[in-house]
Design a protein around this ligand. Structure first.
Ligand code: NAP
Length: 346
């Protein structure tokens, strides 16, 4: 009894600590953002003939990224989990760009089977792929498991995108050239700096509410994205690949991402957001810079904020951790694939 009370107590402290860390880091990032001049890329020319996939491209930052790419003549595939929202997004883009090459393909990152189907559907079009923007994300969702029985933030933000990138890597390689690399852009967050990766516990289920912090789950998933970005970059460079990969914090941006914030402070956050956050158009700028700017040709394995390279959390540069995380993640993906696709329980 006393042991279980102690566990509950330490669990509650962990939840409060994770929440405080996230709000402090978010607050400091917001203060910096207000004081800094918002930067945009100035060298973006037309990229006619290029093809891009934008996950979560039907709303928020992803929608503005899709629109920004279309404006540069890129053929965009919006990949998201709601057909109606996807079609609405396409109609909205076509209102502004009647000749836009923009399509929707269903993708639910909470299901690796859906990721697989999405890739099949995309490849069936027989098109090249020059830009993959892993943007979709969820934040502060109460504990929920995906179709593959993984914690939701872990799979949607990180694991699903890792699998998507793995399946599309050969296509990106094939579409790249020596002087025009294909580009993968992984959307992380400033809160990666308070994330923690415990490789042993990766993919483990939460056994009790007192062990689950949605704040920690979000921050951890965003740190995992950065670690995987650096690991994949090292592998791509070793193979002399024509693919570049970078991670980015898009800024603190006023979007529906904050829908799960507790109602007690949501009203306050909404007021602050309207007054001080970046708009989704501004949030898209840093991603469009990474996707299209000539000045970044061949740059890879970096983390960006406000169109500038910045440092990520110290531990994200630890090569052993990068490798351990990648190996364990690949193992988890393989287990899911074996069980779900082939019914193999081993
Ligand atoms: N807003 C910020 O201040 C901020 C700061 C740092 C980082 N970010 C990152 O920026 C990215 C974009 O976020 P946002 O602010 O634009 O939020 P958002 O408007 O909520 O966009 C998130 C997108 O992800 C999609 N999505 C969610 N679950 C999915 C799933 N299971 N499968 C496929 N797509 C899914 C959503 O589709 P539905 O609409 O159908 O749910 C939506 O289109 C996220 O990765 C977020 O973590 C945002």
């Amino acid at each position: 009894m006393a042991v279980s009370r102690l566990k509950c107590f330490t669990g509650t402290l962990y939840i409060i600590w994770a929440l405080l860390k996230m709000y402090v880091v978010g607050g400091l990032a917001l203060a910096r953002q207000i004081l800094q001049r918002h930067k945009t890329a100035t060298d973006l020319h037309l990229h006619t003939g290029k093809v891009a996939i934008v996950t979560g491209g039907s709303s928020g930052i992803g929608f503005e990224v899709s629109k920004g790419l279309v404006a540069k003549n890129v053929h965009v595939f919006i990949a998201s989990k709601c057909v109606t929202e996807g079609k609405m997004a396409i109609n909205k883009i076509r209102e502004e760009f009647p000749n836009a090459k923009v399509d929707f393909l269903l993708l639910d990152l909470a299901s690796l089977e859906s990721v697989n189907k999405f890739v099949d559907n995309f490849l069936a079009r027989g098109l090249p792929l020059h830009i993959l923007i892993n943007n979709a994300g969820v934040m502060l969702m109460p504990y929920k498991e995906t179709e593959d029985e993984m914690e939701y933030h872990f799979q949607v933000n990180y694991l699903g995108h890792l699998y998507l990138s793995k399946l599309l890597l050969w296509k990106l390689c094939e579409s790249g050239a020596d002087n025009s690399h294909s580009r993968i852009i992984n959307v992380s967050s400033v809160v990666q700096s308070v994330g923690c990766i415990d490789v042993e516990m990766l993919g483990e289920k939460c056994k009790h509410w007192s062990q689950y912090s949605p704040h920690a789950a979000y921050a951890d998933s965003k740190l995992a994205i950065v670690l995987a970005t650096y690991y994949l970059d090292a592998n791509l460079r070793a193979e002399n690949s024509k693919v570049s990969i970078n991670a980015v914090h898009p800024g603190i941006v006023n979007t529906p991402l904050y829908r799960h914030v507790h109602w007690g402070i949501k009203w306050l956050l909404d007021v602050v957001a309207r007054l001080t956050y970046k708009t989704p158009v501004q949030g898209a700028d840093g991603i469009l810079f990474l996707a299209l700017s000539d000045s970044l040709e061949g740059r890879s394995g970096e983390y960006f904020d406000n169109c500038s390279q910045v440092s990520s959390k110290g531990i994200s540069y630890n090569k052993d951790l990068q490798e351990e995380l990648f190996k364990k993640s690949t193992e988890i993906v393989q287990n899911i694939v074996n069980q779900k696709f082939y019914g193999n329980q081993d």
